[in-house]
Write a protein that binds this ligand. Structure first.
Ligand code: CDT
Length: 301
């Protein structure tokens, strides 16, 4: 038995004008709620500290860089790291990372219970486009502001288990889960900012987007026999709605908890990481059952 209490800390909307300090206060309130519920780990969404800025077209790199963190923790987030360490809780947080040598990534980190960063992931699958697109109802400029992650899909031994991370669009790609599944991942944590409507297809609304979210996360969990914790930034950001629907899913693909609101909301589940074993030893025993001689196309084109 390897029990772990995990909390998905869904954040409601963050307006463009709101400061990181205001957001961190909300993150601290969710942390406090999680502490009261016995959480070992609290997971926050993609780009948790700011509005989803890739919807805004910017040409001035100095302005772009104001949305990025060049240190983690920094002055704005130190109170969160301190409170988590005091409460003996590990954190996973998404933020825009500016490296010392000037690279820009959409990053998620994992800390241990002392606030030390023990894992880092940089988003591999960047959706959207580079230039202003007049055909879209709104912009999604991740390909303009971020470089594809350069760390692959590593896993980390932490909290008595094997953890992996992904960010938003990665959850739609079976390869993201499988590369970590092949490393024995037991819990994948991820954050997302998913617009409630498709900017290129007016008939695709929130119900379909919530369905695709569940479909991707539940399938990824089941097919790799791993827990998945998927955490939204939700609600209306300056007139741009994002879906909620944060999820905690078990290794059978069953939903243990699902957000009911589009605001700040905490989901909590106590799980046994040993529940990942049965699937990994039977139907998804990759060593015995995979037929890699037929999978070449996946990496060759
Ligand atoms: N943040 C993020 O990756 N959002 C995407 C939107 C896809 S549409 C360009 C997602 O996959 O949810």
């Amino acid at each position: 038995m390897r029990k772990l209490t995990v909390a998905a800390a869904q954040l409601g909307p963050i307006q463009k004008a709101e400061s990181r300090e205001v957001v961190v206060k909300r993150m601290l309130a969710l942390l406090d709620d999680a502490r009261g519920k016995g959480a070992d780990l609290v997971v926050y969404p993609e780009l948790a500290l700011t509005t989803f800025f890739p919807r805004w077209y910017m040409t001035d790199q100095t302005e772009v860089d104001t949305w990025f963190e060049s240190e983690m923790p920094n002055a704005a987030t130190q109170p969160l790291f301190d409170a988590a360490a005091k409460a003996n809780i590990a954190l996973s947080i998404g933020y825009a990372e500016l490296t010392p040598d000037g690279h820009h990534f959409n990053t998620q980190i994992l800390t241990d219970k002392t606030g030390k960063i023990v894992g880092k992931y940089r988003k591999v699958h960047l959706p959207g486009h580079v230039e202003f697109d007049t055909e879209r109802a709104f912009q999604h400029l991740e390909k303009r502001y971020f470089e594809p992650g350069d760390l692959g899909f590593p896993v980390f031994r932490a909290l008595g288990g094997i953890f992996g991370m992904m960010v938003c669009n990665d959850r739609r790609w079976p390869e993201s889960y499988r590369v970590m599944g092949l490393q024995g991942v037991e819990m994948i944590v991820l954050g997302y900012n998913t617009p409630s409507v498709n900017s290129q297809k007016s008939v695709e609304g929130p119900e379909q987007r919530l369905f695709h979210n569940r479909l991707s996360v539940q399938a990824g969990a089941y097919q790799n026999s791993t827990f998945v914790v998927a955490v939204a930034k939700a609600g209306d950001e300056d007139g741009h709605p994002l879906i909620g629907g944060s999820l905690i899913v078990d290794p059978n693909g069953v939903i243990l908890a699902e957000a009911k609101t589009e605001g700040d909301e905490l989901l909590v589940a106590t799980v046994d990481l040993d529940d990942t074993k049965f699937g990994k030893d039977t139907i998804f025993d990759f060593k015995r059952h995979r037929r890699i001689e037929h999978y070449g196309r996946i990496t060759s084109q």
